[in-house]
Design a protein around this ligand. Structure first.
Ligand code: TRP
Ligand code: ZN
Length: 882
C-alpha cells in the first residue's frame, strides 16, 4: 500500500481540544476572475488564555501573495507554510492578521473551495466549503467550533459577473473604475467557516416576499442560469411551505432579511446549507412536468426543506467537531422526513425512507465501511457523509421523538435551541436537552451513537390458552464491532399490536392495567433479553411488531406464511402492511431459491391477488405492496452472493406473481389507470402513475408483445416525464424494437436539458445483465458524457455500479476492472466523487468465490496506484484490508 504517513494520519474523537485561537471577525475582499481570483482576508484573532500553542491556520494549495501582522509585513522567518498548515510566530490576543492569496477557479475540478460552474464563457463562480473547503480559499482555523462574524466584499467585471452574492444581509454596492462593480455583505450571526459562500456570474432570479411568524420581512430569491429559471417555481413553493412548517412545528423563524438559493449543475452532493445562501445541485432544485418525475418532485421538496431546516439545526446550533456531524444531519433528515410526511402520505413516506435505509445503510453497516453514527476516527471527513450518519442518524432521532411523544419532543427541542443557540454543540448536548426538558435520562441512547452494526431483534411469542396470556420474548443481538469491543445492549422501542385470527386488533393489557382500551403500545427492550406478558388474550394472536419501524433493527420472528398473510391483509398500520409483504416476498424468494416448499410463494401471490382484485387500497400503497425487496436487500441475506442469480430469481418471483394476477386482469387495470392520464402532481394522480408502471412491468413479464404496444404508445403520448421514462425503461428491458427509436428521440428532444439527459444515460446503464457494460462503454463515447460533471458520472457509472447488480457483477470480473480503471482517472479530477463511487466495492468479500477473486484483483490493482487521494485511499484501504 502506498500511503504516505500524512495520508494515514487519523483524526480521533478522543483527541478533541478546544481551539487555541479563535477569530472574532473576518473581512474578506475578493477580486473575482475565472482564471485568477485574488482575495485579502483580515482576521481579528483571539487566544484562549489557557493554551500556549503558536497560531496555526489551515490552508491548502494557496498561493500566498502577502502576509501582514498588526499592520507590519511579516519577514519570511516569522512564519512557515508547509503540510497544509501556516504557522506564525509571536501573535498576541487581539492581533490582526492580513493575508492575500491567489486562487485558480477555472482549473478546480474537485468542486471544493472556489470553482467555476459551466463553461469559461458562460459559467459562474461559486464556493463549496463543507466540510473543509474554506482552507482552499484562505488561511483560517477551518473547524466548526470557531465561529466568526463575516463581512464580505466582492469586486468583479460588471458585464461578466453582473450578479454578486454572499451570505448575510446586503450592505452596499456600487460602481468601480474600468466597468467593474462591488457589493458588500454583512452576516450578523457568527458562523463557522464551512457555512461561508459566494456566487458570482450571470444568473436570473425569481423573487417572493415572505413575512415570518415573528414579523420579519424576508426576500426569497431563487437564482439559476437563464435556461433554467423557468423551472424554479416548484422549489419556491416548497421553500415557502418549509418556512411555514418550521414556524408551526418547531417555532423556528428565519433570521436574515434575504434568503438566496442558487442552482448549479456542477456539485458533488445534493445541496448545501450555507448561511443565507443555499447552493443546490440543479437536480435537487429544478422541476417541470416535462423533464421531472414524480419521485424527483418529492425529492426537490425534501431537499429544499432539508437545507432550509439547517438554518436552525446546523447553522444557529452547529457542530463542535465533525464527529458530531449527525447532530445536524441526522436531526435535519428527521425534520425533513417529518415535513415530507406532513406534505404527502405519511405511510408512503415511511416506506420510502425504510427502503432507503435497508438498501443503503444496512449494507454499509454490515460491511468493511461500517462506522458508528458518531464515528470514533477518520482520515478524510468527506467520506463520512454517509447513509449511517444521515439515515440511521435520523432513525435515532425518531426513536427519541417517539420516546418523548409529540409535546415532550417539542419541549426538548425548544430547550435544545435555547441552550445551544450560537454554540457548537455535541450529541450529548442534544440528548441532555431532550432529557432535561422531560425529566428523563436519555443517556442509554448514547450507545446507539457509539456502536456500528445493525442490531438483530429476535421475537418469540407464546400463548397460554388456559391463562389467556400471551408472552412475547424479545432478545437483541449485535455483532462485536470491528474494534472487537463487545456490544452493549441498546434501548430498543418496539411499537406493537396483537391481531386475532379474524384480523381484529386485540386490547393490550399489561401489568394488570385494564383501565383504558389501548390496542397499540410501545414496549422498550433495555436488556439483552426480556419477556412481556399480555393478559386477557382470548386466542393465540399474531403480533404486529416494530410498527412504523419503531427502531432501526433487523427483526427475526418465526412467523408462518399464513400469519404474514394475515398482517398483509389486515394490519391497519400501512407501513407494517408493506412490511408483511416484504417479509412474505423474501420467504417466497427463498422458496424459489431452495426449490423445496412453496407455502410462502403461494401465500404471497394469493394475498396480493386478493388486494389487487377487490380492495379499496390506495394505488400507491398497492404498487409498493406489489414490489418485493430489491436485489441489494436480497443479497444481504445470502452467504455467497451471486448477484446475477439473485436477479434471475427475483424476476421469476415477479413472473409468478404476474401469472397469478393474470394478463387479462393486469391489462384491464392498466387500461383503467391509463384512461385519464395527465401530468398533475396531486397525490391521486401520482399514485395512479406509480401503480400503472408496476402493472406494466408485471405484464411485461408474461406478455412481451402486448406490453410492448402499450409501452410504445405510453411513451409517445406521455404528458410528463414519469410516464415517459417508465415506458422507456419497459421498452429497453423488454428488448423491444421500439426502444432504439425511442432513445434517439429522447436524446434529441432533451439535448439541451442536462438533467433529462442524465436520465437518458441512467435508464440505459440500468438495463440488467451481461450486456450492460458494453452499453456503458458505448455511452462513454457520447459527446455529452464527461467525467468532470458529477451528475453525469452518477447517471452513467453510478447507476451501473450501484443500481444494476446483475450488470456490474459479471462473472468475468470485467465490471470490477472497469470501475477500478475509471476510479483512477476520476480521482485525479474529483477525489470526493471517486471515493463515493468506490464504495460500490463494499460487499465484495461476501461474493461467491469466482467473483470475489476477480473483485479482489481489481481492488488490489487500484490500491497499488501511486498518488491516490486521501479520500479514495481511505475507502480502498478500508474495503481491502478488512
Ligand atoms: N451539508 C450538506 C447537506 O446535507 C451536504 C454536504 C456536505 C455537501 N458536504 C458537501 C454538499 C460537499 C456539497 C458538497 O445538506
Ligand atoms: Zn444536511
Amino acid at each position: 500500500m502506498n500511503v504516505s504517513p500524512e495520508q494515514a494520519a487519523l483524526i480521533r474523537l478522543s483527541d478533541y481540544r478546544a481551539p487555541a485561537w479563535r477569530v472574532e471577525t473576518v473581512d474578506l475582499d475578493f477580486d473575482l476572475g475565472i482564471d485568477a481570483t485574488e482575495l485579502s482576508a483580515r482576521l481579528l484573532l483571539r487566544r484562549d488564555r489557557t493554551q500556549t500553542q503558536p497560531l496555526r491556520l489551515d490552508g491548502e494549495n494557496l498561493e500566498l501573495l502577502s502576509i501582514m501582522l498588526d499592520g507590519q509585513a511579516l519577514p519570511a522567518t516569522a512564519y512557515r507554510y508547509a503540510d497544509r498548515v501556516l504557522e506564525i510566530d509571536d501573535v498576541r490576543d487581539g492581533s490582526v492578521l492580513e493575508t492575500r492569496v491567489r486562487l485558480r477557479p477555472a482549473v478546480n475540478t474537485a468542486l471544493e473551495g472556489l470553482y467555476l460552474s459551466g463553461s469559461r464563457e458562460a459559467g459562474f463562480l461559486l464556493t463549496q466549503c463543507e466540510a473543509e473547503g474554506f482552507r482552499h480559499i484562505t488561511f483560517f482555523p477551518d473547524r466548526p467550533d470557531v465561529q466568526s462574524r463575516y463581512t464580505v466584499t466582492l469586486r468583479a467585471d460588471r458585464e461578466r459577473f453582473p450578479v454578486l452574492l454572499a451570505g448575510g444581509n446586503p450592505d452596499g454596492a456600487g460602481e468601480l473604475d474600468g466597468d467593474r462593480h462591488w457589493a458588500r455583505f454583512v452576516d450578523p450571526h457568527p458562523k463557522p467557516s464551512y457555512l461561508f459562500a459566494l456566487v458570482a456570474g450571470r444568473l436570473e432570479k425569481i423573487v417572493r416576499d415572505y413575512v415570518t411568524a415573528d414579523g420579519r420581512a424576508v426576500t426569497l430569491n431563487i437564482w439559476a442560469e437563464a435556461d433554467a429559471i423557468g423551472r424554479c417555481d416548484y422549489a419556491m413553493d416548497a421553500l415557502e411551505r418549509s418556512m411555514r412548517w418550521d414556524e408551526q412545528t418547531y417555532g423556528r423563524n428565519y433570521d436574515l432579511d434575504v434568503f438566496h438559493v442558487v442552482a448549479t449543475h456542477d456539485f458533488n452532493m445534493g445541496a448545501m446549507e450555507n448561511k443565507g445562501l443555499n447552493i443546490f445541485n440543479a437536480k435537487c432544485l429544478l422541476a417541470d412536468p416535462d423533464s421531472t418525475t414524480d419521485d424527483e418532485y418529492r425529492h426537490v421538496e425534501a431537499v429544499v426543506a432539508h437545507e432550509y431546516f439547517h438554518n436552525w439545526s446546523g447553522n444557529r446550533v452547529t457542530c463542535r467537531d465533525w464527529f458530531q456531524l449527525s447532530l445536524k444531519e441526522g436531526l435535519t433528515v428527521f425534520r425533513e422526513q417529518s415535513f415530507s410526511a406532513d406534505m404527502n402520505s405519511a405511510p408512503l413516506k415511511r416506506i420510502e425512507d425504510v427502503s432507503l435505509l435497508r438498501r443503503a445503510q444496512f449494507p454499509e453497516d454490515a460491511g468493511p465501511l461500517a462506522h458508528p453514527v458518531r464515528p470514533a476516527q477518520y482520515s478524510e471527513i468527506n467520506n463520512f457523509y454517509t447513509a449511517t450518519v444521515y439515515e440511521k442518524g435520523s432513525e435515532l432521532v425518531r426513536m427519541l421523538a417517539g420516546r418523548l411523544g409529540t409535546d415532550g419532543f417539542r419541549r426538548g427541542m425548544d430547550l435544545y435551541f435555547e441552550r445551544n443557540d450560537g454554540r457548537a454543540a455535541a450529541l450529548e448536548d442534544f440528548l441532555s436537552s431532550l432529557g432535561d426538558a422531560n425529566g428523563i435520562d436519555l443517556t442509554p441512547y448514547l450507545a446507539w451513537y457509539a456502536q456500528a452494526g445493525t442490531p438483530r431483534l429476535k421475537a418469540h411469542g407464546q400463548y397460554d390458552a388456559a391463562r389467556h396470556e400471551y408472552t412475547l420474548t424479545l432478545a437483541q443481538h449485535i455483532q462485536a464491532g470491528a474494534d472487537h469491543e463487545p456490544a452493549l445492549p441498546l434501548p430498543i422501542p418496539v411499537k406493537l399490536a396483537l391481531f386475532a385470527r379474524n384480523g381484529d386488533m386485540l386490547p393490550l393489557h399489561m401489568d394488570g392495567q385494564t383501565s383504558e382500551q389501548v390496542n397499540e403500545r410501545v414496549i422498550v427492550l433495555t436488556g439483552a433479553e426480556q419477556s412481556f406478558v399480555f393478559t386477557g388474550i382470548p386466542s393465540a394472536p399474531v403480533p404486529s411488531l416494530l410498527r412504523g419501524f419503531s427502531a432501526p433493527v433487523i427483526l427475526e420472528c418465526d412467523y408462518t406464511p399464513d400469519e404474514l398473510a394475515l398482517l398483509l391483509g389486515h394490519d391497519a398500520d400501512g407501513f407494517n402492511r408493506w412490511e408483511a409483504s416484504q417479509q412474505l416476498a423474501a420467504r417466497a424468494y427463498e422458496n424459489l431459491r431452495d426449490g423445496a416448499a412453496t407455502d410462502a410463494l403461494q401465500a404471497w401471490c394469493e394475498s396480493l391477488a386478493q388486494l389487487f382484485n377487490n380492495s379499496t387500497i390506495d394505488d400507491a400503497l398497492l404498487a409498493d405492496l406489489l414490489t418485493p425487496p430489491g436485489e441489494v436487500e436480497l443479497a444481504e441475506r445470502e452467504k455467497a452472493v451471486d448477484p446475477q442469480h439473485i436477479h434471475a430469481l427475483r424476476q421469476s418471483l415477479l413472473r409468478r406473481l404476474a401469472a397469478r394476477l393474470g394478463a387479462e386482469a393486469l391489462r384491464r387495470r392498466y387500461q383503467a389507470l391509463a384512461a385519464d392520464t395527465n401530468a398533475a402532481l396531486d397525490a391521486v394522480s401520482q399514485a395512479r402513475r406509480r401503480l400503472k408502471r408496476r402493472v406494466l412491468e408485471l405484464l411485461g413479464l408474461i406478455d412481451g408483445p402486448g406490453t410492448r404496444l402499450l409501452a410504445a404508445s405510453q411513451y409517445d403520448d406521455a404528458p410528463g416525464m414519469t410516464d415517459r421514462l417508465a415506458a422507456l425503461a419497459v421498452l429497453l428491458r423488454g428488448n423491444a424494437p421500439e426502444a432504439a427509436p425511442a432513445l434517439l428521440y429522447f436524446r434529441e428532444r432533451y439535448a439541451d436539458n442536462a438533467l433529462a439527459l442524465d436520465k437518458w444515460f441512467a435508464v440505459q446503464a440500468q438495463v440488467p445483465g451481461d450486456g450492460a457494460l458494453d452499453r456503458v462503454l458505448a455511452l462513454e463515447n457520447d459527446p455529452a458524457f464527461t467525467l468532470k460533471n458529477p451528475n453525469r458520472v452518477q447517471a452513467l457509472l453510478g447507476a451501473f455500479v450501484r443500481i444494476n447488480p446483475s450488470g456490474f457483477h459479471r462473472l468475468d470480473g470485467a465490471g470490477y476492472r472497469f470501475l477500478a480503471e475509471r476510479l483512477v482517472t476520476l480521482d485525479a479530477l474529483n477525489p470526493q466523487l471517486a471515493a463515493r463511487l468506490a464504495t460500490a466495492f463494499n460487499g465484495w468479500q461476501r461474493l461467491e468465490p469466482q467473483r470475489r477473486a476477480a473483485a479482489r484483483a481489481a481492488i488490489a490493482e487500484l490500491a497499488g496506484h501511486e498518488g491516490l487521494s486521501r479520500n479514495l485511499t481511505e475507502i480502498v484501504d478500508s474495503v481491502f484490508i478488512h
